[in-house]
Design a protein around this ligand. Structure first.
Ligand code: CTP
Ligand code: MG
Length: 228
């Protein structure tokens, strides 16, 4: 299933406590951003990549794309103050170039091609599908450090990216969110507001988002295992 991928990469990585955008930190000598881009560069179903970047980082990213032979990037619009704005900046540029848009955090370099395949298939058939994994721990709702309720874990999923949508659905959801001044933490929230069913595809626990320093250790370990 052909798709276009939008990769928000315009964050600053505050929780990583690095001196620069965490996406430039390396795993096995290669920048995180380039690991993520490589997944889509290698996927024949991916027909174009849009990257949201910080204007002051556009040049260095451009150089990296050449260094790592990434050829599918079609646009690099400037990101916004929030992740949602960065994604919207890309989606506006994509226009009607593709039937299916997949949004994926640039900070998740370990997404499995098989999950992308299932997700794009499901989104193509239904309109909206996102990646997630079942919660592993016992889950409780807590207020002021006191348990209010133990939540049925069977119904709880930890949601990741990629999130895939028919282009029209995502565009409509983003437009509506902007009109309503609504800020979500993922694209699915915007689509849910339109009362459209969003399907969840089971992903893998190693699709971690490089967020804090510990994640870099996990990332190195995942790469080591995969390269054995
Ligand atoms: N992102 C973006 N534009 C923003 C904020 C985030 O494009 N205004 C991107 C990040 O670059 C990252 C992805 O969205 O690839 C997921 O966000 P997150 O992991 O929160 O990254 P940061 O916002 O950079 O990190 P932090 O929240 O710790 O500052
Ligand atoms: Mg953030």
């Amino acid at each position: 299933m052909n798709y276009i991928v939008v990769l928000p990469a315009a964050g600053s990585g505050k929780r990583m406590k690095a001196e620069r955008n965490k996406l430039f930190l390396t795993l096995r000598g290669k920048p995180i951003l380039m690991h993520t881009l490589d997944v889509f560069e290698q996927d024949p179903d991916c027909v174009g990549i849009w990257l949201a970047v910080k204007p002051e980082e556009r040049m260095i990213i451009q150089e990296m794309l050449e260094q790592y032979n990434v050829t599918k990037v079609k646009g690099m619009p400037s990101g916004g103050a929030e992740r949602q704005h960065s994604v919207y900046a890309c989606v506006k540029e994509v226009g009607n170039d593709a039937e299916l848009i997949l949004v994926h955090d640039a900070a998740r370099p370990f997404i499995e091609p098989s999950v992308i395949k299932q997700l794009t298939q499901k989104a193509y058939e239904t309109g909206a599908a996102i990646a997630g994994v079942k919660a592993k721990d016992t889950m409780k709702r807590v207020r002021n450090h006191i348990i209010e309720e133990t939540v049925d874990r069977e119904q709880l999923w930890m949601i990741q990216t990629p999130q895939a949508f028919h282009t029209q659905i995502l565009t409509k959801a983003q437009h509506q969110a902007e009109q309503d001044d609504f800020l979500g933490t993922d694209e699915s929230m915007l689509v849910e507001r339109l009362n459209i069913d969003v399907h969840v595809v089971e992903s893998t626990y190693d699709n971690v988002k490089m967020t804090t320093q510990e994640d870099l250790l996990i990332g190195e370990a995942i790469l080591q295992k995969r390269q054995q």
